[in-house]
Write a protein that binds this ligand. Sequence first.
Ligand code: GLU
Length: 319
Amino acid sequence: MHSPPQNPHDLSRHDLPGILATIEDEVRARFDAREGKVADYIPALASVPRERFGMAIATLDGDVYSVGDAQVPFSIQSISKVHTLTLALDAAGDALWKRVGREPSGDPFNSLVQLEHECGIPRNPFINAGALVVADVLLSHYDDPEAALLAFMRERSGNAEVGRDEEIWTSERRSGYRNIALANFIRSFGNIENEVDAVLDLYFFQCALRMNCVDLARSVRYLAGRGVCPGTGTRVTSIERSTRINAVMMTCGTYDAAGEFAFHVGLPAKSGVGGGIVAVVPNVLSLCVWSPPLDDKGNSLLGAYALHRFTRMTGLSVF
Ligand code: GLU
């Protein structure tokens, strides 16, 4: 039915609403109430209904297509690491890469083990350790980094209602023992400059933002647009940085499964334990999918399947 056209980048050749409807049908048919596990190590996440499914596409031409629960807000969790990395690169420039690497870690996202050997320099900005250093950079740069991040998210998504989920924030602030350990450990090596509590507050704030699939797809359109947000024409970041953020998403954006993701999906992507995944087709579009049950690596099980089907049906992978 949906075989990829010769030139997949020409969107007029795709029936995007039809493709989304087909993916939704396939995903709902595959839904198995026993498969995958909704994250519960943050207690407030455990109560999210597991059968939710939404998907949205935002094209560089300004069109938005969506299906299912694409308008239902959820906890964006680690997807926020893309946006904070963008702001931190703007604030610190390439000097940021002296404090955070850009190699896959090969370890779980909240692991402490590498930090000991690598003297408090996290492997990449998308594991928790790296995101804590990025949060530290934002704290040093902005008088009110929470307000700066919120303004960025609202502007990029076009939704002035984006805000923090109090219950998730409190839940994680109380139970985020690993992140508390990570921040203290990094600080002991001198790679966190600000008070550990302030860094953690900002990190938990970014994770507790509530957005829906449409907001999130729109929020990363600048990464499809070579750093420029279509519509407003605002330059969000340089061409070089947007290319590099996409590269780090491809190699490190889906926890310890980035190889599998490149193999099956073939797009730069960033997932979060709330069950959302954003992905970018450079020069064409950005998208977001949401389904709460996670696989054993922490990626949305059906979200990954939906993206795999999207690239198979459209031919829009980077490879
Ligand atoms: N707030 C979560 C944590 O730090 C984010 C994890 C994620 O989405 O990858 O554990």
